[in-house]
Design a protein around this ligand. Structure first.
Ligand code: BTN
Length: 270
């Protein structure tokens, strides 16, 4: 099974010229963790690290990403973009746009991008993105060494494939559509759209991508509850800035800039 999977993965290089190298693990701790080592050892831009099963799949804010064998897509793309390190969050948003568009192509509807990195459908989480930035100093100036785009997509999980705790929060392509998609077919669709949208970001710039995100996220003007430094606030979303930070207005009228690494969204009015 794994050999076949790898051979099929290799065939994707024929249709996706940006895909340069594949690393496939039947089982690993986390594809992001593996990708750090591979990138440090010189894996080129466009290297894909994919696992059938992750024992320690990681999410944002130290959360776990449940990764049962053979059920989901768990992969990390290694990128070495010529962007300023401060623009790195834009890649999370770009990947969000790409996932949403790719999933729409597969026939899914009513998708929502929940800032900064979740794809939701019918008030449950379908996919998550873990973007990690590694910089290096060149003549005293920080530059991007590499960026890891880790994507987890629940493909054919039934409710019982998730832990009891996660069952309430997560869904899968199968649960939403009633169809069992081939993971390779879904992967090809996602990768094509991710490469396309990254090119859009580079060619058309941050403003274009931010407008796309705002259009597809359906997140503007929503009322949210968020937690920052252990305090809970209610606010209304009103914009996304050029670095991908969320601008919100608190109940008392105060404007706040939310940074993904510091904030936990607790509720959203859908
Ligand atoms: C989140 O929702 O907070 C992000 C989840 C990202 C999960 C993916 S699965 C593949 C890659 N490897 C990991 O350990 N995490 C990401």
């Amino acid at each position: 099974m794994s050999k076949n999977f790898f051979l099929e993965l290799e065939k994707l290089k024929n249709t996706l010229p940006q895909l340069k190298r594949n690393y496939f693990f039947e089982e690993t701790d986390s594809t992001n963790t593996q990708a750090v080592q591979l990138a440090k050892s010189g894996a080129p831009e466009g290297s894909l690290v994919l696992a059938d099963f992750q024992t320690q799949g990681r999410g944002r804010l130290q959360r776990q990403w449940e990764s049962p064998a053979g059920k989901g897509l768990y992969f990390t793309l290694i990128l070495r973009p010529r962007l300023h390190p401060q623009q790195a969050p834009l890649l999370t948003l770009t990947t969000g746009v790409a996932l949403l568009k790719a999933l729409e192509t597969l026939g899914l509807k009513e998708l929502l991008i929940k800032w900064p990195n979740d794809i939701w459908v019918k008030e449950k989480k379908l996919a998550g993105i873990l973007c990690e930035l590694f910089t290096t100093q060149v003549k005293g100036v920080a530059q991007i060494d590499f960026i890891l785009l880790g994507v987890g997509l629940n493909v054919s999980q039934s409710k019982e494939d998730f832990s009891t705790e996660i069952q309430k929060l997560a869904t899968s392509v199968f649960q939403v559509t009633g169809e069992h998609f081939s993971r390779l077919q879904v992967l090809e669709c996602l990768m094509k759209e991710i490469f396309f949208q990254i090119e859009n970001l580079i060619q058309k710039g941050p403003d274009f991508m931010i407008e796309q995100w705002k259009k597809f996220s359906g997140f503007m003007k929503k009322n949210i509850v968020f937690e920052e430094a252990k305090q809970t606030y209610e606010a209304t979303v009103f914009d996304l800035d050029r670095s991908g930070h969320l601008l919100v207005k608190l109940k008392n009228g105060e404007i706040r800039t939310l940074i993904a690494e510091e904030v936990r969204l607790k509720a959203i009015e859908i």
